[in-house]
Design a protein around this ligand. Structure first.
Ligand SMILES: [Zn+2]
Length: 423
């Protein structure tokens, strides 16, 4: 006979199992329905369906192997054999047809009233439509070619928000055409030149799966390691970046350097080099967001290991009241850059070196260091030994101590009687 408690536990176990199964089912259902980006009612121009075409060049920064330079690509390149049919992505009206420019080659541009945007199809071998024709989704409007400036058979496809302002009106087609949206771009820190920290460069490596070329926004936030205050922040919006028209490696924002990418490479890789303005230890957080808002981030703490510069011009001058006026050039937080955190000034009746420093008398109530390079003064009240020697060390906010300064000497008033006493 079963213990009565089982009559209570057994239904409870079934209830928990049922709940787990339901939760798993819901998660599965979510994964099935919530994993697509873009507008599900549009179709891709080569497949003529919601099946994504394979791209050999993403929207945004790219390495143009044929010309050995970086540029900003206002569309996506979809390789295909010559005369492969090109389908219009949704209903519309042909707004341009023919040679739009020497580089575009034979092209068709279609206005889509329902979406209030344009789709553009470049480098065509032939066209099947005329100006002002009404076209319906999937209709063949032309055939793939290599007209204009290109060196392989492909369709260059664009989304344009307006008829004018080309190419600033272009947007990443991955924000419009339907595609699986299941992965998030990855981001890692390639390197930080953090020591010395005057103006470090951070190199970020962003990778996107080739099926999801929807890298959108890269942000970098730099906080002071000690105070947490934001000292630098940068954002690059790849989707809405305004091309300069003469993009080269030097002019691309933040030094965006895409690695070679084509139909045979696995992922799209982008290196973003940010030149930061920091003179202290910092915490850096870099984030990448795709068009669907998926984000990945990475954080790195960079220590400041560079001490303030050694003071080499410390001077001591006797004052009428028996005190001594000290004067020196303030060092910085790191060498001569920025402002250090505190001084340690000591005096002794013997010349100060790295050995006598530890037995020398420490002076209290010292001034805060001025910015590097500034002339700084401080008067030490008497009575003081004669002769008296001073030495100075400086620390930054992270406890990096400078080397000991020169030993500065002064004599107080009764020094003139000293020869008499000895005689
Ligand atoms: Zn192209």
């Amino acid at each position: 006979m079963r213990h009565p408690v089982f009559r209570f536990i057994q239904p409870l176990v079934f209830a928990v199992l049922a709940l787990l199964a339901l939760t798993a089912g819901l998660q599965f259902a979510h994964a099935q329905t919530g994993s697509f980006g873009g507008n599900p009612t549009l179709i891709w121009p080569l497949s003529g369906s919601s099946q994504a075409d394979t791209a050999s060049s993403p929207f945004g920064p790219r390495w143009q192997a044929s010309q050995s330079r970086y540029d900003y690509h206002p569309g996506i390149d979809l390789p295909a054999p010559q005369n492969w049919p090109v389908h219009v992505i949704t209903d519309g009206i042909v707004s341009e047809v023919g040679w739009l420019s020497a580089s575009s080659g034979l092209a068709v541009v279609v206005y889509h009233p329902a979406l209030d945007l344009y789709s553009a199809y470049l480098h065509l071998n032939s066209t099947d439509v005329a100006l002002d024709d009404s076209v319906t989704q999937g209709q063949v409007i032309g055939a793939v070619g290599d007209t204009g400036i290109t060196d392989f058979m492909h369709l260059h496809f664009e989304i344009r928000l307006t008829r004018t302002n080309y190419p600033t009106s272009t947007r990443n087609p991955l924000g419009y055409l339907p595609h699986p949206d299941v992965t998030t771009p990855t981001i890692r820190i390639g390197s930080i030149t953090s020591d010395p920290i005057y103006s470090p460069t951070v190199s970020l490596v962003i990778t996107a799966a080739r099926t999801e070329l929807d890298v959108n926004i890269i942000t970098v936030t730099v906080r002071d390691k000690t105070t947490g205050a934001v000292v630098d922040a940068r954002t690059v919006d790849l989707n809405q970046r305004i091309p300069t028209g003469s993009d080269t490696l030097a002019t691309i924002d933040a030094g965006l350097q895409p690695s070679a990418f084509n139909t045979s490479t696995l992922d799209y890789k982008l290196t973003a080099n940010f030149n930061l303005h920091v003179d202290d230890g910092f915490t850096l957080t870099a984030e990448v967001a795709d068009l669907a808002g998926h984000t990945a981030s990475v954080t790195r703490v960079a220590d400041d290991t560079t001490p303030p510069a050694r003071v080499q011009d410390l001077s001591a001058t006797r004052q009428p009241d028996g005190g001594v006026a000290l004067r020196w050039t303030a060092p910085g937080d790191s060498n001569m850059v920025g402002a250090a955190a505190l001084y340690d000034i000591r005096y002794s009746a013997a010349p100060i070196d790295s050995f006598t420093w530890y037995s020398a008398t420490q002076i209290a109530s010292l001034p805060a260091p001025l910015p590097g390079g500034a002339a700084q003064t401080f008067t030490v009240a008497g009575p003081l030994p004669s002769p008296v020697y001073f030495g100075l060390k400086t620390s930054d906010s992270e406890g990096n101590w400078s080397l000991l300064s020169n030993s500065a000497q002064a004599r107080t008033a009764w020094r003139i009687f000293l020869p008499l006493i000895i005689k």
